[in-house]
Design a binder for this molecule. Sequence first.
Ligand code: SF4
Ligand code: SF4
Ligand code: FES
Length: 391
Amino acid sequence: MQVALKIWRYDPSTGNRALKEYAVDAPEEATLLDCLDVIKDKADGSLAYRKSCRMMICGSCGMRMDGATVLACKTRMYEIAQAEHIPTISAMGNLPIVKDLVVDMGPAWDKFKAMKPYLQPGYERPEDGKEHRIAQERMDVIHKEALCINCGLCVSECNSMESGPEFLGPWALVKGMRFVGDPRDGATVERLEQYSGEHGIWECTRCYFCNERCPKAIDPRDAIAKLGAEAIKEGVDRDMGAKHAKWFVRSAETTGWLRETELVLQTQGVVSTIRQMRFAMSLIAHNKAGLKFPPDIAADVGEARALHKLTKEQDRQGYLGHVQGERALAKLVHGYQPGRDPYGPGSFPKPYLPGEEAPPAPAGGEMGIGSLAQAGLTPGREPTRKPEGGA
Ligand code: SF4
Ligand code: SF4
Ligand code: FES
């Protein structure tokens, strides 16, 4: 079959970027990685990309196709070629580009290492000298997290990391849950304290893009939710994010509604609330504060209370509050779909060549879908910098 690709090239020696088009003859079973290999062998040996296993296990070949991260060795090209679509291939987001499709994974590995990704044994050795045995059900809790192949696709798509590169991010937090959930580990509370600090668990915006793009269906966002629940269970709840979550539960239990008026006080405390009194007075003056005492109670509040009672009776605290093996949300679908214009409304921003007029920014300022402006990313240590005049 004939496969055409547009590839964003970057030459670190000159700083030049260019979108180049290639056409190759490849077998029908070819993957994106196979097509890149053909280009490198027959058209341009200077094309740079990473690969190793070719079987979706080493995590080396992450890149973007039409703005969404993929493992190149997992991406079949047959349907795309049949549809005569020419996908645009670019480097992953949120990480500095080294050359062409190769990014510097160093910043992500630093966060990974900061999680202390190894067991800190917290149990006595069995007297018989044999291995410490635990129930399969207990290990099932971290089954998904243990399958992470460290590819970094989730990091590339993380909205929080784009706006705040210090955020630990989905990959590192998946690794954190893998050890917090391991009954053999003896540093659970210390880990939760560390992961709940600044730029930790509660900095996730719950956009679910990591769940959507993870090639191993690990659902990093779910791992982060489990970490948050474990932190609250262990009393590690000083962070505003934890207090915020707890107030949601308390609101639902008492009224069936979110008691928004008290949310600032409950989340940020008295001092911060007093500091915001001027703003609060302005809301009251415009009848926008929603002050009501006693607060409204939903007609069906009994259902919320019954659910709360049930989870208490079943002692569904921490990770037990999450349904294992199921996705919290149905899969969102982005990227290539037959017949769909990948640059059409609601889709990814169109990459553009240097010198071309930049597309107008969508309402709301940023490009909207997290780090999809990666095609316009300037290589360097700054992960979210965009070219001058770029989108
Ligand atoms: S849900 Fe969104 S913000 Fe949170 S870790 Fe995943 S990609 Fe990042
Ligand atoms: S969680 Fe998924 S996307 Fe993220 S590094 Fe692990 S395997 Fe890759
Ligand atoms: S080459 Fe190993 S995951 Fe693609």
